[in-house]
Design a protein around this ligand. Sequence first.
Ligand SMILES: Nc1ncnc2c1ncn2[C@@H]1O[C@H](COP(=O)(O)OP(=O)(O)OP(=O)(O)O)[C@@H](O)[C@H]1O
Length: 537
Amino acid sequence: MTTSAADGVRDPFRDSSAEGREYGSSEGSTLNVGRNATLTLGMDSLIVLDEDTIERDASNCCGLIPSSKHLCIPHKNADMYLTQRHIGNKATRAIPFYNILWANINDYSTASEIVINYAHPISKSCVRTKSLAYAVDKADHRHAEAWTESLLDCAYGESQRRKRMKVLINPFGGKGQAKKYYDRDIAPIFTGAWCEVDVERTQYSGHAVEIAQQLDTDRYDVVACCSGDGLPHEVFNGLGRKRDARRALRKIAVVQLPCGTGNAMSLNLNGTDSPSLAALCIVKGLRTPLDLIAITQGDRLMLSFLSQSVGIVAETDLATEHLRWMGSQRFTYGFLIRLLGKTVYPCDVAVAVEIGDKAAIRDAYNAAVSSKAAPSSRSSSCSGEITEGDDPADLGLPALKFGTVQDALPEGWKLVPYDKMGNFYAGNMAYMSANANFFPAALPADACADLVCIDGDISRRAAIGSLSAVETGAFFDMPHVHYRKIKGYRILPKQRRDGYISIDGERVPFEPFQAEVLAALGTVLSRSGRGYEARGP
Ligand SMILES: Nc1ncnc2c1ncn2[C@@H]1O[C@H](COP(=O)(O)OP(=O)(O)OP(=O)(O)O)[C@@H](O)[C@H]1O
């Protein structure tokens, strides 16, 4: 599953003037450049009409040497353009606005040039930064400046330009390739978009918690994790430990550049596990509030952004480390072994159910995704709500409405024995890994987590059927899949001395814990600004 960088292009050659672009006349939307070339703001794309089909090398364009240190190395291939059509001896090319990273005008003593950096697809799952450079007539300078600003408006829309990023690289994430992916696939996209970037490698497990806890949140907009899902988990928790945690979690968008074995965050928010496509999505990402789940266990408090599991998923994930050589097959193998053994994980569970009926869950999902609400709006009930003038000391994590696992059960909660529990799985995002849309009804900020419970003693046929149904999208409707929207729960594993509990893919002690949804407490960047890149229920 990858994001097409050319998404959103209807007819790239249609001129915007016919559609009533606010920019003005067709003359206004076109910039004459060089001897015989024009740049036009089309409907969804920048239209480049040039004398020949060979892109000029910015370093020799009209004899001008680009001075910007941000300028990317231009390519020398002729096949750079996404679409091209020959008109006489001229060629028209369209570069989707989404792929435009930056545009600027360089002034020299005798001439000026416009430089446009963009992300060029070299395959379905990879983009590379390239540049166009054209001479701009001195007489056209003012128009060129206004035109460049319009191009940036089209390219960025509501997304913040030149984001200030703290980049964290886990040198041991995935197959230990994160540094290589960053240098080759990610950094050139950020440089091309003129982002401000400050890179740090994590030195040990838990280092990202400390970095986030000490982060000067006024200096950054984003913490970008070149990692699996482990580093984002640590960053949310580090921000959550700040004195002004609510403000920090609201101010700083936590994002993932997929470089790990588990890259669910990027799959959900950007629809890709390609580092270069994810980098483009982050450059163009829209701020999106995210519910976080407070987990209390013993006297500890932790924030979870992705999932909690007790039973087969936790065990498959955490007890198959010795099978790493199998790659992603280890999950399928481990899962099947336990399914065939009809393994059960007895526990007592109390759940605060918000919506318990699948039809109602589907309706709520459809209503939310078709709502016209501003993409980045936070409801007044969100846990991160901050009032002007709040004292930082009062801006810590919100108080837990349900208390902690050490308190008496909240009013109205009832512990129910589940002696045949096979899979207790709570999710805050839809995809748990590529093609595993376990929680199709999950939404970033609906103030609910989604809970799936499956008995461990169902027939082997039904169990194996549910494994393939996760891929096909039939999982949600299976009768043995109990799917609920919830506000919180308490779970007490029993009859076993030891076992596996996974919070965001990390192992925690095999002890009772309690979960409470903290509505819209966190912030991420997403492609759509409103939902996950997964098919709904
Ligand atoms: N320098 C380091 N040395 C050892 N561990 C580290 C280092 N930096 C980060 N970590 C730890 O690596 C763990 C896994 O990180 P991450 O999620 O990025 O990769 P992954 O390959 O998807 O992980 P997983 O091992 O869960 O499959 C995190 O819990 C983090 O604390």
